[in-house]
Design a protein around this ligand. Structure first.
Ligand code: SF4
Length: 402
């Protein structure tokens, strides 16, 4: 054992040894910092519950450590969400103001699908204001409910907005395989379809579709080669076990969703859930959900979505530390109010956050149609090929061209 009051040789030996230990600690810390945890999708519910229930101070640290291994912790993406078709929806999601089932109470009128030029202008404005992702939501059960003309217009919207170099996401309800492929051919980057809550609690939220319907659309999106955006809503009267159930379901999909929105319920007067007068989640509950999502889906974008207006800057800062790396910007989220851009700009400055570019600033992962005409041409070509194959001449056509 070395002591300070020994001869000079011993002191030098002590200092050298202490330096070595310190050096070794640094190396092991570096090794720890540089080793990325594996991406796993065979989590058990118990494992997810163990993470979710960690002391919050530890959970935030653990999530922040994972976050830094996969993402630049200062970068937060700004996305804009536009309602391209508002109200009159035949579904019965009890949190939603747009269902026709309670439109008398919400006073929400059904509007027509927006025109292409208006949507493009909104995307231009969003890009100019700093958004690198543009999401379009239609209050439909799915495109099949409205027929091909309106869906065609949405495909044009996708192609035109994508030509701006933005990530383009749509949320249009349930998709068929064909619709998913057409969206892909139009240049869609991502499709949003939230699981909302746990399988066990889902029937409390809607009776007009099942959890398996949701999973089916997510699979069709994945099969079409579109990246998946799926998350949930906290504060709908669910138990903490349901939050764990939702996160567990997302993290055990065959591939993690590339994008996981974590929403807090924004009660809208006249909706069934608002009538129940449920106490909303606290900021720290949101932090806990974000942190758990970050640990179990380390590569995904975790989006701090609806309900952000009720969070202080300090609470949002904890969410960013715990792994949230996207927000929705602009004063409206579909039909509910959202934080103003100016206050977000102040928050970015105060926290030292940077605006995350589209596609992480890398080359775009998909080959996108350079013009609207090209997009239409590719979709028509694909449709023609599909018709050939449906008529049984597909093999002949392939043989001829081989
Ligand atoms: S959440 Fe979507 S599907 Fe459900 S009622 Fe609202 S608009 Fe319709």
């Amino acid at each position: 054992m070395f002591a300070w009051n020994t001869n000079k040789l011993s002191q030098r030996a002590f200092l050298a040894c202490r330096g070595l230990v310190k050096h070794q600690m640094c190396l092991s810390q570096v090794r720890l910092m540089s080793s990325k945890p594996e991406i796993k999708n065979d989590w058990t519910k118990e494992e997810v519950a163990e993470i979710y229930n960690r002391p919050l101070i530890n959970l935030i640290f653990d999530a922040a450590s994972v976050h830094r291994k996969f993402h630049n912790p200062r970068e937060v993406q700004q996305a804009t969400l536009l309602s391209i078709k508002t109200g009159g929806c035949i579904e019965t999601c009890s949190y939603c103001s747009q269902s026709s089932s309670w439109s008398k109470d919400t006073k929400m009128k059904a509007e027509k699908l927006l025109e292409l030029d208006d949507v493009f202008q909104a995307a231009l404005d969003a890009k100019a204001a700093g958004s690198s992702r543009f999401c379009m939501g239609a209050a439909w059960r799915g495109p099949s409910q409205v027929g091909p003309k309106q869906f065609e217009r949405v495909l044009d919207m996708v192609s035109k907005v994508r030509s701006l170099g933005m990530e383009v996401c749509t949320t249009l309800g349930m998709l068929t395989e064909d619709q998913a492929k057409q969206l892909k051919h139009a240049g869609l980057s991502c499709y949003n379809h939230n699981l909302d809550t746990s399988r066990e609690y889902y029937s409390e939220i809607t009776s007009s579709r099942t959890y398996d319907d949701r999973l089916d659309t997510l699979q069709k999106v994945r099969d079409a080669g579109i990246s998946v955006c799926s998350g949930g809503i906290i504060g709908m009267g669910e138990k903490e076990l349901d939050r764990v159930g939702l996160l567990h379901m997302l993290a055990t999909l065959p591939e993690h969703p590339e994008s996981v929105p974590i929403n807090a319920l924004v009660p809208v007067e006249g909706t069934p859930l608002a009538k129940k007068d449920i106490k909303g989640p606290t900021g720290l509950e949101m932090v806990r959900c974000v942190a758990t999502a970050r640990i179990i889906m380390p590569k995904s974008m975790v989006r701090l979505s609806a309900g952000r207006m009720d969070l202080s800057i300090a609470e949002q800062a904890l969410c960013f530390m715990a792994g949230a790396n996207s927000i929705f910007a602009g004063d409206k989220l579909l039909t509910t109010p959202n934080a103003e851009r100016d206050s977000d700009a102040e928050m970015f400055t105060a926290l030292g956050l940077l605006n995350k570019p589209a596609f992480n600033g890398e080359e775009e992962p998909f080959e996108i149609p350079p013009t609207r005409e090209e997009s239409i041409r590719r979709r028509e070509e694909w449709q023609a090929l599909k018709n050939v194959s449906a008529s049984g001449k597909g093999c002949e056509a392939i043989k001829t061209s081989a």
